[in-house]
Design a binder for this molecule. Structure first.
Ligand SMILES: N=c1c2ncn([C@@H]3O[C@H](COP(=O)(O)OP(=O)(O)OP(=O)(O)O)[C@@H](O)[C@H]3O)c2ncn1[C@@H]1O[C@H](COP(=O)(O)O)[C@@H](O)[C@H]1O
Length: 114
């Protein structure tokens, strides 16, 4: 298992995904990610739907190794979508950090009060 922090892994992968963008010369003939980008934004969104469904099935079966593998596929394709939109995983971890200590129930109540 890697000793990197999860954030370091996500940042490194995001850096790599950016090099696969058409604007950075990503080559669909040698790169899965460049090929996905070349198909347009719908392609990665479709993969997210597929991977989410596979994760649900793995979790229902309670198989730890499949849950981890399917979650990795899902996170990976979510990173692809972030990259396509010019966004970074640091924005997502910052948003999660911002929510720390704020109960989902409290947050929901504040929304319905508005
Ligand atoms: N982490 C991943 C990663 N996880 C999953 N995948 C690919 O995502 C796809 C998952 O789709 P499926 O399980 O549905 O398999 P499939 O039927 O072959 O997929 P499709 O052809 O239907 O899309 C597979 O092709 C996996 O190989 C990934 N491909 C790449 N990466 C990372 O992205 C980097 C850049 O990849 P390339 O752009 O290919 O060099 C790599 O070095 C890795 O770090």
């Amino acid at each position: 298992m890697t000793t990197d922090t999860p954030e370091a892994v996500l940042k490194r992968l995001a850096d790599l995904l950016e090099t696969r963008l058409p604007s950075r010369g990503g080559d669909p003939s040698t790169s899965y990610v460049a090929k996905l980008f070349s198909k347009g934004p719908e392609a990665a969104l479709k993969k997210i739907g597929e991977e989410a469904t596979e994760l649900v099935m793995a979790a229902k079966d309670g198989q730890a190794d499949r849950i981890v593998a399917e979650m990795a596929d899902l996170w990976f394709h979510c990173l692809v979508v972030l990259t396509e939109n010019g966004l970074r995983p640091e924005l997502v971890t910052a948003e999660l950090a911002r929510r720390e200590g704020l109960s989902g129930l409290t947050e929901k109540a504040s929304r319905t009060e508005k």
